[in-house]
Write a protein that binds this ligand. Sequence first.
Ligand SMILES: C[S@@+](CC[C@H](N)C(=O)[O-])C[C@H]1O[C@@H](n2cnc3c(N)ncnc32)[C@H](O)[C@@H]1O
Length: 191
Amino acid sequence: MRLSNIEFKAMNNAARRVLQRTVEFPVFKRMGLTEQSCDILEIGCGSGYGAVLLSELRPKSYVGIDLMPEQIALARQRRLPNAEFMVQDAAQLPFADESKDAVVIFGVLHHIPTWRQVVSEVYRVLRPGGRFFVEEPDGAAVAKFDRVFAWGHASDALFLLRDLERFLQTTGFTVLGQRHMMSFGWYHARK
Ligand SMILES: C[S@@+](CC[C@H](N)C(=O)[O-])C[C@H]1O[C@@H](n2cnc3c(N)ncnc32)[C@H](O)[C@@H]1O
C-alpha cells in the first residue's frame, strides 16, 4: 500500500538513512548478508538508500522495486551504476523462477495485506539455496504506535513476527537465523 504523507517524510530523511546504515544493514551483515557478485532483488526499495548500502556487496545485478512511483523517481536520481529500479507490486514479481540469489526487505511486508503472497513470490524467484533477508516490525507494536502517532498503517496488513516466522517455514524456507531488537525482527532464511 502507498505510504501516508507522514510516513513518506519519515522514510526519506537523514535520520532514517543513519538508522538504516548503522543499525539495520549491519544486523543483516552479521547474519550473513555478505556474499559478493549475486543477483539481488530488494522489495520496497523506497528512495534507493538500501541500494546504496547493498552496492558494497558489488552485486552482479541489483533490482529495486516499489509500489510508489515517487519513491522510484527518487531512487533513479541516485544514478547508481548496475542498479535498476521499477514501479511494481511485490505481490506479483515480474521475474523468472529461480533467477535471484538474494532477496532483501527493509520493513515493507507490514504495508501489504497480501504479505503471504509476497513471501511465496520471494520463494519462487530465489534459486535453490538462495537467501531471503527480511526485517519487519511486530504488528502489535505498529498498532500501538499508530494509536499515538497516527501514521495510518492498514490494520489488515499487520501481523505478528511469530506469524511471519511460521509462514516462512510453511512456504518451504529454512530459517537460519533471527534477531530481535525493540519491536523489530530480522530473519535470514534459505530456500
Ligand atoms: C516503510 S517503507 C520502507 C522503505 C525502505 N525499504 C526503507 O527501509 O526505507 C515501505 C515501502 O514499501 C513500499 N510498498 C508498500 N506496498 C508495496 C507493494 N505492494 N509492493 C512494493 N512496494 C510496496 C512503499 O511504497 C514504501 O516505499
